[in-house]
Design a protein. Structure first.
Length: 229
């Protein structure tokens, strides 16, 4: 980093970011209840009930602190930061910058890449992943027409596949080895019925009918979900 024009302290902030990057900040259980609770079709707590397998089910796989660390890097980031800080503080930072390219363009690209992940998952028929990422992004991008439409499209896709008995081709099954919040979503998908899929998708989109009137993608998704009721 000394041989670049970047702010040398960026090496420490990068390590700090890596230390928490794997922690999921999206609370799926409350998110599902908030987005899919409607006056005419209230959220059913049974949709979140975790199924038990044979002989009492498969317990959640507990991951120890050491295991969590081994999945990231050696030594852990906090230890690296502590060891690197004295060396970083010796470097003169005059004239160094956090961004050598346009900060505005960088942040715009960083934001758009998150949406591209959602689009990729939908196109590649990874519908449960698509739904999860779209709901997660909706937390920080409320009333975003693309995300709202994509969530509706996910329910339309799940409905069609469930009706054709091919749902397992487009959604993941609950697993104790999945991320906790993603596992909540996959369990939710397994718990809702065909009729629930149609109704939840429709009422979710219908909530945005006024504010998103005129958006072609949204109106197409809403029309499709209406036909499934």
């Amino acid at each position: 980093m000394q041989n670049t024009g970047y702010n040398i302290k960026g090496s420490l902030s990068c390590l700090a970011m890596l230390d928490v990057i794997d922690k999921d900040s999206y609370a799926a259980d409350s998110g599902l209840q908030r987005n899919f609770n409607f006056t005419v079709y209230p959220f059913n707590k049974k949709w979140l009930k975790k199924e038990e397998g044979f002989f009492g089910g498969v317990p959640d796989k507990a991951i120890s602190t050491k295991e969590k660390d081994s999945l990231k890097t050696h030594p852990d980031c906090k230890a690296r930061i502590a060891k690197l800080t004295p060396a970083v503080e010796k470097v003169v930072n005059d004239g160094r910058k956090d961004f050598l390219v346009s900060e505005t363009q960088f942040n715009a690209l960083k934001s758009s890449f998150k949406f591209e992940v959602v689009e990729f998952c939908f196109v590649s028929k990874r519908i449960s992943r698509c739904l999860y990422y779209a709901l997660e992004l909706l937390e920080t991008n409320p009333n975003n027409a693309y995300l709202v439409t994509m969530i509706g499209k996910c329910f339309n896709e799940m409905y069609s596949n469930q009706k054709a008995h091919t749902l397992n081709r487009v959604v993941d099954l609950p697993s104790p080895y999945s991320d906790k919040n993603y596992d909540v979503l996959t369990q939710f998908i397994q718990n809702i019925s065909l009729g629930d899929m149609a109704s939840i998708g429709y009422y979710f989109l219908n909530n945005y009918k006024t504010v998103m009137a005129g958006d072609a993608g949204f109106e197409k998704a809403l029309a499709t979900s209406t036909k499934k009721l």
